[in-house]
Write a protein that binds this ligand. Structure first.
Ligand code: ZN
Length: 88
C-alpha cells in the first residue's frame, strides 16, 4: 500500500505556523542580514494572511484562535530589524 505524506507535521508551534503564514502572505519578511522578522505594514498582505488563517487553520486550532495568533504576532513584530536599527 502506498502511503503518501500529504499532511504537514501537525504541531510545530502555533507561533511557527503564524510566522509561516505571514511570510507566505507577504505581511512580514526577514532581515537578510540578521534574520529578524519585519512587518511590511502592507494592509493587503495582512488581509491575505487572515484569509489563509480563516480557510486553513492548523490542525486542532479553530480559525478564531489562528486569527488571534496572527494578530498577536503582528503586534509583536516591529517594522525595523532591532539589530539594523542598533547599528545606525
Ligand atoms: Zn537586520
Amino acid at each position: 500500500m502506498l502511503i503518501t505524506k500529504e499532511r504537514r507535521p501537525a504541531i510545530r508551534t502555533l507561533r511557527g505556523w503564524a510566522i509561516d503564514v505571514l511570510q507566505e502572505a507577504g505581511a512580514i519578511h526577514e532581515c537578510q542580514e540578521h534574520g529578524w522578522a519585519k512587518d511590511r505594514t502592507d494592509p493587503h498582505a495582512r488581509v491575505r494572511a487572515f484569509e489563509i488563517a480563516r480557510r486553513d487553520p492548523p490542525a486542532g486550532i479553530s480559525s478564531e484562535c489562528a486569527i488571534a495568533e496572527l494578530r498577536d504576532m503582528l503586534d509583536s513584530i516591529g517594522d525595523t530589524c532591532p539589530e539594523c536599527s542598533a547599528e545606525q
